[in-house]
Every structure is written in C-alpha cells, then in structure tokens.
Design a binder for this molecule. Structure first.
Ligand SMILES: [Zn+2]
Length: 233
C-alpha cells in the first residue's frame, strides 16, 4: 500500500471510528438509563399503597357506621319506649340520639366519597399495572436489541483501533503529523480527491506537475486551495 492509499484507509477508519464511537456512547447511555422504568414502577407502587390505605379507611368508616347505626336504633327504641324515664334522662338520651345521627350522616358522606376514591384508584392501579407490564416487555426487548448492537459496535471499534494502529505504524512521522493536523483543522477531512486536475473539495485547479505527481502517486501532494492531501479519484 502506498502512503496515499494508507492515508485514505486511515481516514476511512478514523471516520468510521468517530461515527461508531458516537453511536456506541449513545447506546451505552441508553442502557444505563432506567429512569423511565423506575419512575413508572414507583408511581405504580405509590398508587397501590394509596389504594390499600383508602380501602382500609373505607372499611373502618363502614364498620363504625354499622356499629353507630345499631347503637342509634337501640337509642331510638329506648326513646319510644322510655315512658318511665325521668325528663333529664330522656333529654340526655335525645341529645345522644342527635349526636349519633350527626356522626352517622358524616360517616355516610365519608363512605360515599371513600367508595368513589377506591373505585377510581382501583381502575388507575389496574390500568397502570397493565401499562407497566407492556412497558417492561418493550423495555426488555429494546434492551436486548441494544445489547446486541452494543456488543457488535464494541468488537468493531476494537478492530478499528487495531487497524488504525497498524496503519499509523506504516506511515512516516511527517505524513502522519500533516494528516493529524489537517484532520483537526478541516473537520475530519484531511484528504481530498483530485479529478482532472481539480480538487474535489475546494475546486481549485492544480498546476500540471503537481496533478501529475498525484496521478502517479509520487508522494504526498497538498492542494493549493484547501491544503488537503490529494489522492486520485
Ligand atoms: Zn482543495
């Protein structure tokens, strides 16, 4: 391989390295990022805990309502049958009955509101559970595909690095220095194809003797316009 051919190959290897290295980093970051899955799981856990809490509160309210209703009925019965009671006793019992009825009314409202909340949360938790399952399945599939891409890119990058080292080892220090400098200055494009004596990167026409040198691969020739190393296209 001539120096120019080696430089052309080196540029191709470097470009592939940059492109695949970028993709490799992206995949690595995506594989490391489980935030959406964690957020969904946490939200589902929060709502499940809230549902259990609401259900327990509803059960308590229902139990209290049941026991107070029984108590209120007994008080009312005693009031109707309480002909022999002293007026003060009757008054206390009547007040007790009113107090119980107020409390029962509050509890009835609580139970109704609690039932609505439990029903709503139940539906939310069930929907979230289904969504989470679907998301986990998709996530696992995507992850598997990404892992495969990751492994493939990793081995390709290793091969590119090895080839890059070999290619660089075959080039003389001044050629390599010029290549590195141009790659850094010219957006990764250190080389330019020459066609019919015209640089295809900047469209400057080369003097005949320089063009001839490129055509015959007579060594490293740079473009007079853009300064890139020329190769025959
Ligand atoms: Zn040029």
């Amino acid at each position: 391989m001539s120096s120019i051919q080696t430089l052309c190959r080196l540029q191709a290897v470097d470009q592939e390295w940059t492109e695949k290295g970028h993709r490799y980093q992206q995949i690595k970051a995506r594989l490391a990022d489980q935030s959406e899955l964690e957020e969904r799981r946490a939200a589902h856990e929060r709502n499940t805990a809230q549902l259990l809490h609401e259900r327990a509160a509803l059960r308590d309210a229902e139990l209290e309502l049941g026991s107070l209703s029984t108590k209120a009925k007994a008080v009312d019965k005693a009031l109707y049958e309480g002909g022999t009671m002293a007026p003060r006793e009757l008054e206390a019992m009547r007040q007790n009955s009113e107090h119980l009825k107020r409390r029962i009314s509050v509890l009835e409202d609580q139970v109704l509101a609690g039932m609505a909340r439990v029903e709503e949360l139940d539906a939310t938790v069930a929907r979230e559970g289904r969504d989470l399952q679907a998301f986990e399945a998709t996530f696992a599939q995507e992850r598997e595909a990404l892992m495969a891409q990751y492994a493939e890119l990793r081995s390709r990058l290793q091969a590119l690095r090895a080839e890059r080292e070999t290619l660089r080892g075959n080039l003389a220090a001044p050629e390599l220095g010029l290549y590195d400098e141009l790659r850094a200055k010219k957006g990764g494009q250190a080389l330019a194809p020459l066609k019919d004596g015209v640089c295809q990167m900047c469209h400057v026409t080369l003097p005949w003797h320089k063009a001839h040198s490129v055509e015959t691969e007579g060594g490293v020739v740079t473009c007079e316009g853009c300064g890139r190393i020329l190769y025959k296209s």
